[in-house]
Ligand binder design. Sequence first.
Ligand SMILES: CC(C)(COP(=O)(O)OP(=O)(O)OC[C@H]1O[C@@H](n2cnc3c(N)ncnc32)[C@H](O)[C@@H]1OP(=O)(O)O)[C@@H](O)C(=O)NCCC(=O)NCCS
Length: 180
Amino acid sequence: MLLHNHILPLRLPSSRNRNGRRAATTGSFSLSDESLSSRGFTFHRSAENLNLEQLNSVFAAVGFPRRDPEKIRVALEHTEPLVWVEYEKTKRPVAFARATGDGVFNAIIWDVVVDPSFQGFGLGKAVMERILTALLDKGITNIALYSEPRVLGFYRPLGFVADPDGIRGMVYSRKNKSKT
Ligand SMILES: CC(C)(COP(=O)(O)OP(=O)(O)OC[C@H]1O[C@@H](n2cnc3c(N)ncnc32)[C@H](O)[C@@H]1OP(=O)(O)O)[C@@H](O)C(=O)NCCC(=O)NCCS
């Protein structure tokens, strides 16, 4: 598990709003919404108009398990924030990320994915920056995610560190429980 290192200054460019909180400005990301739009990509910040069968296909294309769309729908109802990118030409989702949490202190980021045909263009970083900014704008600073070893290098520049201050991620394992 990786934790977002909120002790180090966040590398995302940002401005401060009237409450002194970090405020996302459209031009402050490594790729602005406008710049992506000019390349045919549209950012969405809600699950409205998101085709879950097509999202499932993106998950499957990167090797994630294909899941029951009805369960995905329920999961997304309990998700905040959520970001996805639509490729205007095909009207299909090509990048996605979401987080769940208590809305105040803690959040975990899930399902960060970019369609293989669209990887390497900055879309993964773009969705992550927007998820992080949305969380930090709410004052949520304890942000974690599970990373596969091959993707650690993607998350580190975004401010994530493994096992900070000796903290170790632990995951409940039903298999271990049944052995006891
Ligand atoms: C990981 C993933 C989301 C990255 O998305 P992407 O759109 O290809 O990445 P980006 O183009 O935004 O890359 C942003 C930066 O991260 C780097 N990067 C991307 N993938 C990387 C990896 N696996 N390891 C190290 N660095 C990586 C890029 O070189 C780029 O660096 P730069 O800012 O210095 O130019 C995408 O490859 C993916 O969907 N992989 C399969 C699903 C997956 O593994 N998800 C994560 C689950 S833990």
